[in-house]
Design a protein around this ligand. Structure first.
Ligand code: MIC
Ligand code: SF4
Length: 642
């Protein structure tokens, strides 16, 4: 029986387990990446594991999220990451060098390799044929130490691309269509594998836009084959020798299949406040726009920026619109500066931001009250922009640039002839902002600023777990709700006690206080609880507040893994309707928890207030069960080496 592409790479990297969908497998990790806002924790955890030198083929630490430096905290964390990485054999991409996923694609990604990144958009690497997966910092720390990465063997969904895109229609419209079809839960437990004749019509950066935003489907990852287009891209990056051809077997089997006719797609937007709330521009209408933000790891490539520059050339940004542009990397910015495109953007009135995540994670450029903000980014969760009342629409660079000129949501086809941008034959290569690790780590002194505070570590699971339902939330709660990130909070990613005071506050400002007053308890969630980012802070902050378990209709993959790593029990209602049987304030009891968890996957959770027994599922592998019993991954790992 033939293998699809995802299965081929998994097979080649398989360390343990059977490649049967849903079963736990572990794979060897070739490369890792971290960014600064998850990296501080990841390196503190790596230090706690105590392995002197990374064991991967290449590990890179990027500084791209926290670059505002409004106080000493960010700058201190950058110093910590620079020194700790130098000591342990990790490359350090300095602030200014670009957004991790863009730079990794340009300079380090290798088809057929595995990449584990402490950022949910790590699957961007799938654009070049990598099996690239996002994870919590602790999982990345373990992978840096040479440990395998555990996942449930995903199903593989083939997305068959037919035909080619019409002028002005963009890779962003393809992934928005996939999101419309599958929704933000549709990818859970799956790899999305792109195939079909349409693949060869897409450049590597276009493919990377699509795999990047596969994170919004909740997918384990997304992947494209590695073909002649990939080869040309790597050649233009001076890395032809990294290329290998990768394709599925002719008789490969897929668990699911969907087809998209590229020639039928028109411009689309994800409307507030969810990436799957997708509609055609024509159905949304010409709404007035206040802000346009172009960039992020989804759409900040050279090709994207050139399209934007050519639309802006000779025009002026509408007086009612603030246009900000962040080219994705130093390479992109350099090329735009050299060929004059940057001057075209500036002349039109664009405000140029540094090559970093910036407004995508609320680091500046919060829109005005009730503003409509068009963004080429990947997430439009409520409040993520820094302004709760803002209405964020996710669009292609073409739609963004056209609308910046007209001041209303605009179908770029109205502008006439589409720009014809060629892929460069050779990108400008200058890796001088990537610092190599010290050859002898022992000489390096790790610099720790006062913002680095001890992080909470759970203890062995108790016999009886009792506590109140401290909060009850609805469906699709994001990690941006659980652990908000913005310019005020991002500097505290290495200070969990401080961050915990903001945990779940977008849902209920009183939650942290209530949790502390009650000595911890339970969180009650709807379906797809914890979707979005990989930040393990969304598990560590609840742990700091004494949260023992989360009972939800279902969980997002990375968040569930982060909860288990922290020793917090993830429970799902055996019967979804039982969600109605718990109210905030109810006293819950998981009696004889250790034995219940050891004995099976269906547990009884008692609602003492209502005097009812509720069946909950705790579906864990043997390893995960031991982790929960030990009180999380760090304790479990220590037990292994005892
Ligand atoms: C995001 O896009 O939400 C982030 C910020 O990149 C996160 C990581 C983080 O919270 O630091 C992600 O996607 O994993
Ligand atoms: Fe950065 Fe935004 Fe990409 Fe997250 S989604 S890595 S914040 S650019």
């Amino acid at each position: 029986m033939g293998l699809n592409l995802a299965q081929k790479i998994i097979k080649e990297h398989l360390v343990s387990g059977e490649m049967v969908p849903g079963k736990e497998i572990s794979i060897k990790i070739d490369q890792t990446l971290t960014q600064d806002s998850t990296g501080t924790m990841a390196y503190l955890e790596f230090e706690a594991i105590g392995i002197p030198r990374v064991k991967t083929k290449r590990s890179v630490a990027y500084i791209d999220h926290n670059t505002l430096q409004e106080g000493f905290e960010n700058a201190d964390d950058h110093k910590y990451i620079q020194t700790v990485t130098s000591k342990h054999g990790i490359y350090f991409s300095r602030p200014g060098n670009g957004i991790c996923h863009q730079v990794q694609l340009e300079r380090f990604g290798v088809p057929g390799m595995t990449l584990l990144g402490s950022d949910s958009h790590t699957p961007t690497g799938g654009g070049i044929g990598m099996l690239a997966i996002g994870a919590g910092g602790l999982d990345v720390a373990v992978a840096m130490g040479g440990g395998p990465y555990y996942i449930s063997m995903p199903k593989v969904c083939r997305v068959n691309l037919k035909g080619g895109l019409k002028p002005w229609i963009s890779a962003k419209d393809i992934i928005l269509e996939v999101l419309r079809l599958l929704t933000v839960k549709g990818g859970v437990g799956k790899v999305i594998e792109y195939a079909g004749e349409g693949v060869k019509t897409l450049t590597v950066p276009e493919r990377a836009t699509i795999t990047n935003m596969g994170a919004e489907l909740g997918a384990t990852t997304s992947i494209f084959p590695s073909d002649d287009v990939t080869k040309e891209f790597l050649k233009a990056q001076g890395r032809e020798s990294d290329w290998t051809e990768l394709k599925p077997d002719a008789d490969a089997i897929y668990e699911e299949e969907i087809e998209i006719d590229l020639s039928k797609l028109g411009p689309m937007a994800a409307q507030p406040h969810s990436p799957d709330n997708v509609a055609k521009l024509s159905d949304i209408g010409k709404i007035k726009v206040d802000q346009v933000a172009i960039g992020s790891c989804t759409n900040s490539s050279y090709m994207d920026m050139m399209k934007v520059a050519s639309i802006l050339k000779g025009k002026t940004v509408n007086p009612n619109v603030s246009l900000v542009i962040a080219p994705g990397s130093k390479q992109v910015l350099t090329m735009l500066a050299r060929n004059g495109a940057l001057a075209d953007m500036v002349a039109a009135g664009a405000r140029i931001l540094e090559s970093a995540c910036g407004p995508c994670i609320g680091m500046g450029q919060a829109p005005s009250t009730n503003a409509v903000s068009l963004r080429t980014f990947n997430r439009n969760f409520e409040g993520r922009s820094g302004t709760v009342s803002a209405k964020v629409y996710l669009v292609s660079p073409e739609v963004a640039a056209a609308s910046a000129i007209t001041g209303v949501l605009t179908d770029p086809r109205e502008l006439g002839q589409a720009p014809d941008i060629e892929m460069p034959k050779a990108f400008v290569i200058n890796d001088n902002m990537v610092v190599s690790p010290a050859p002898e780590g022992s000489d390096v002194e790790v610099v720790r600023g006062p913002n680095i505070k001890p992080f909470p570590i759970n203890s062995e699971l108790k016999e009886n777990i009792a506590g109140k339902a401290l909060i009850k939330v609805g469906d699709n709660i994001t990690t941006d709700h659980i652990m908000p990130s913005n310019a005020k909070l991002l500097p505290f990613r290495s200070n969990i006690p401080y961050l915990a005071e903001f945990c779940l506050t977008p849902c209920d400002p009183e939650f942290p206080k209530r949790a502390r007053e009650n000595g911890g308890g339970f969180i009650i969630g709807g379906s797809n609880y914890g979707q979005g980012s990989s930040r393990e802070h969304a598990a560590l902050a609840p742990l700091q507040l004494g949260i023992k378990g989360v009972v939800a209709k279902s969980f997002a993959r990375i968040h569930m893994a982060n909860l288990i790593n922290s020793g917090i029990i993830p429970m799902t209602f055996s019967n979804e309707a039982d969600y109605d049987l718990i109210d905030t304030g109810d006293e819950l009891l998981l009696q004889d928890a250790r034995n219940q968890i050891k004995d099976g996957s269906v547990l009884v959770l008692k609602n003492k207030t209502k005097n009812i027994d509720i069946k909950v599922n705790v579906v864990l592998s043997k390893r995960q069960t031991e982790m929960i019993l030990a009180g999380g991954l760090l304790n479990y790992t220590k037990l292994q080496y005892k």
